[in-house]
Ligand binder design. Structure first.
Ligand code: 5CA
Length: 435
């Protein structure tokens, strides 16, 4: 992409109403714009990152055997009256009425809709287990939407729902999601920490929140410092095997948030205790037959008896992750994107646009990187070098290459990792380093 063509409305001043770094940086780097309180439009740079995160989530879900579906954002109120949650959900639920005076709502979550699909389609234990996921918009009319996309009213979520014949197999489904979440967040360059949690409005008796470490996170995290070296990607996971030992290994390590931490009973000694801050990016729940009982979702078991199906639900805040990753990875100059979610891999800066030799080297690099499928943003504008460098630092691409007349004479270009040191190498060497 050529910078002159890219729709990236950057802002020089610090936006006054943005209280945290990710919100400020997302506005300044032109990733999003607020359309209404807690409701955002995603501009090209932000949408590229959102799609990269979505794709990692999708690949990891698919590898567990979960299947992707798409449910409507608008749901009939009757389903929520059946489950008993219609009145409980209160003002957070956006309720609307259609032209026939039928009650509808913008889904804050999808347990009811998916249970309805299930009860109309599955009758026998032979068709279990099932695990269905979607990546879609939710709406929760939060009293105080804040921190940009981190606590929005409309937000993008991966939600999935498991269906099993009994509690033991539901546990297997829960464990798969637990382990897959560790991998998913690690692929985004994050350190995920699962913590036992309350299940709140979703209900149920087993639940974990996945917190990622970020200096500016909302909650204080106390954990065994071994968490900081834990690397979920080093595990070679076969989702068809018993994952309980892996879950045990992870949950055995101490971790707690502010509300649960008690220095008296903390099992980790002071030197080993890490205190930091974190952001909740995922939440998984096992709630058994709460919805299947209320909504009559039963299946026949191998004894021919009708039993309510055992369920769990699992959420990842996909749009929240864009902010959370920035909270975990930025510096004074701007965003520092992990490679796996960066909107472009390389920023190519022409330091003397209009100079024939600089143009030629830039064009050659730009086209060969494109052919090699390395997403490159080429800043070919007639702007001061300082402006271009500052903008590249702000938008945080993993690699920068700068081409200027002095280097061109010497047969070199400058290459630099975001935040790293500059190095002068030949254009060919730069190309091979990036491919
Ligand atoms: N039905 C369950 C699992 S699918 C559920 O809704 N869980 S949740 O309420 O915990 O939400 C799942 C994830 O969505 C959270 O971990 C968080 O990362 C994200 N999320 C929740 N509320 C918001 C919000 N207001 N803005 C942005 N992301 C949110």
């Amino acid at each position: 992409m050529r910078r002159s063509k890219l729709f990236m409305p950057t802002i020089k001043e610090t936006p006054a109403d943005a209280q945290i770094p990710s919100h400020r940086l997302m506005l300044r780097a032109g990733l999003v714009r607020q359309t209404a309180a807690g409701i955002y439009s995603w501009l090209p740079m932000g949408y590229r990152v959102l799609r990269k995160i979505e794709q990692i989530v999708r690949e990891e879900m698919d590898s567990t055997g979960a299947q992707e579906i798409l449910m409507p954002t608008i749901q009939p109120s009757e389903l929520w009256q059946e489950s008993g949650r219609y009145d409980d959900y209160g003002k957070e639920m956006l309720r609307v009425t259609d032209r026939h005076d039928r009650g509808l709502l913008y889904g804050p979550t999808h347990e009811e809709v998916v249970t309805d699909i299930f009860r109309n389609s599955v009758k026998s234990y032979r068709d279990l287990p099932q695990n269905l996921y979607q990546i879609h918009w939710k709406f929760r009319d939060e009293v105080r939407p804040r921190f940009g996309v981190m606590r929005g009213r409309e937000f993008f979520m991966k939600d999935n729902y498991s269906f099993d014949i009994d509690a033991a197999s539901a546990r297997i489904s829960y464990n798969k999601m637990f382990v897959s979440y560790l991998r998913t967040f690690a692929r985004m360059g994050l350190t995920p920490i699962p913590m036992q949690a309350d299940s709140g409005a979703i209900g149920g008796d087993m639940s974990h929140e996945f917190i990622i470490l970020a200096d500016t996170g909302e909650s204080t995290v106390y954990c065994d410092s071994a968490w900081l070296d834990s690397d979920p990607l080093s595990l070679d996971i076969d989702f068809d095997t018993d994952l309980q030992p892996i879950v045990d290994r992870w949950t055995k390590l101490y971790a707690a948030t502010d509300d649960k931490y008690d220095p008296e009973s903390c099992p980790v000694n002071e030197e080993r205790l890490y205190t930091g801050r974190g952001i909740e990016v995922g939440h998984i729940f096992y709630f058994g037959t709460k919805y299947s009982n209320a909504m009559g979702a039963t299946v026949s078991n191998d004894q021919g008896q009708e039993v309510p199906v055992e369920m769990g639900s699992y959420g990842i805040g996909v749009s929240r992750l864009v902010g959370a990753i920035i909270e975990a990875s930025h510096d004074d100059d701007g965003i520092v994107w992990p490679e796996s979610v960066a909107p472009f891999q390389v920023g190519l800066i022409n330091l003397r646009a209009g100079d024939a030799a600089c143009n030629e080297i830039c064009e050659k690099l730009y086209s060969s990187l494109s052919v090699a499928n390395v997403d490159t943003l080429y800043d070919e504008r007639d702007e001061r070098a300082g402006v271009k460098f500052a903008e590249m630092d702000l938008i945080g691409l993993p690699w920068q290459i700068a081409v200027g007349p002095r280097g061109v004479k010497a047969g070199t270009v400058e290459i630099r990792r975001r935040g790293g040191k500059r190095e002068e190498i030949s254009a060919e060497a730069a190309f091979s380093r990036l491919t």
